[in-house]
Design a binder for this molecule. Structure first.
Ligand SMILES: Nc1ncnc2c1ncn2[C@@H]1O[C@H](COP(=O)(O)OP(=O)(O)O)[C@@H](O)[C@H]1O
Ligand SMILES: [Mg+2]
Length: 232
């Protein structure tokens, strides 16, 4: 049963979220490189496409063709959706004026034009890096995200963590601006024989959610969350 939630498309995670994300809410996926942020956001996009929704994927890291190739390698036939209900846009994360204009002015218009109901920004941390002062970053990000709240659209943003704190996003900002925060991280057991991945839902406004830490695996064609297993 969907109970009106927007599914991420990862079964064990959707269960932890009480069925999925709240429609129109803003979700952050926070984790260091290789924890699966891009993979999670592609699952979210693919779930939307399968449900005949219109989706926008803003990539600040990987080129359009690489994003499409990842999806194809997962066995998803995305070609028929391209530029009809799937819009993939690569932004240059070194040109502040251009990226700023496209994210703040063009994205809201595009959401309206194509009637997008799901948007991914992967990773928002590369955009946040472009601001020269904390004050500007805070003010501009707050305005940008508040602007997105007026849309009938569920947003997923990803962020790298801080070098010395794997529990916080790069600038420690988006976890406050988001309704839902999902933390991905590596867990290294004391015997150091193996590295595991674990996820938790650290915040979900206006909803009950699981507070358990669950192991997950990034597999070729799916993300597997072991919702019955315990990490510690
Ligand atoms: N086809 C695949 N089969 C199994 N694991 C994969 C595959 N593709 C990627 N991965 C795993 O996913 C990781 C990258 O995930 P990604 O979503 O790009 O992470 P992030 O965006 O957080 O850097 C890789 O390091 C690898 O462990
Ligand atoms: Mg990535």
């Amino acid at each position: 049963m969907s109970n009106g939630r927007i599914k991420v498309g990862i079964p064990g995670l959707d269960d932890m979220l009480g069925g999925g994300l709240i429609p129109g809410s803003i979700c952050s996926i926070i984790g260091t490189y290789g924890t699966g942020k891009t993979t999670f956001s592609l699952e979210f996009i693919w779930d939307g496409l399968k449900k005949k929704e219109n989706v926008i994927y803003i990539s600040l890291e990987e080129r359009e063709d690489r994003i499409l190739k990842y999806m194809t390698l997962k066995g998803w036939d995305v070609e028929p959706y391209l530029n009809k209900s799937l819009y993939v846009i690569k932004l240059d994360p070194t040109d502040f004026n251009l990226a700023n204009n496209r994210i703040k002015n063009e994205l809201p218009k595009l959401i309206d034009e194509v009637k997008a109901t799901r948007v991914v920004i992967d990773p928002i941390s590369l955009f946040e890096d472009l601001f020269t002062t904390d004050f500007d970053r805070r003010q501009e990000m707050f305005r940008f995200i508040e602007g997105l709240r007026d849309k009938n659209c569920t947003i997923m943003m990803t962020s790298e963590t801080q070098p010395d704190n794997v529990f916080a996003s790069r600038h420690g900002l988006i976890e406050y601006l988001s309704d839902t925060v999902i933390l991905l991280r590596y867990v290294r057991p004391s015997d150091l024989t193996d590295v595991h991945l674990a996820l938790e839902v650290v915040k979900m406004r206006m909803s009950a959610h699981s507070r358990e830490i669950k192991p997950y695996e990034l597999q070729q064609d799916q993300v597997l969350v072991y919702s019955e297993a315990n990490v510690f």
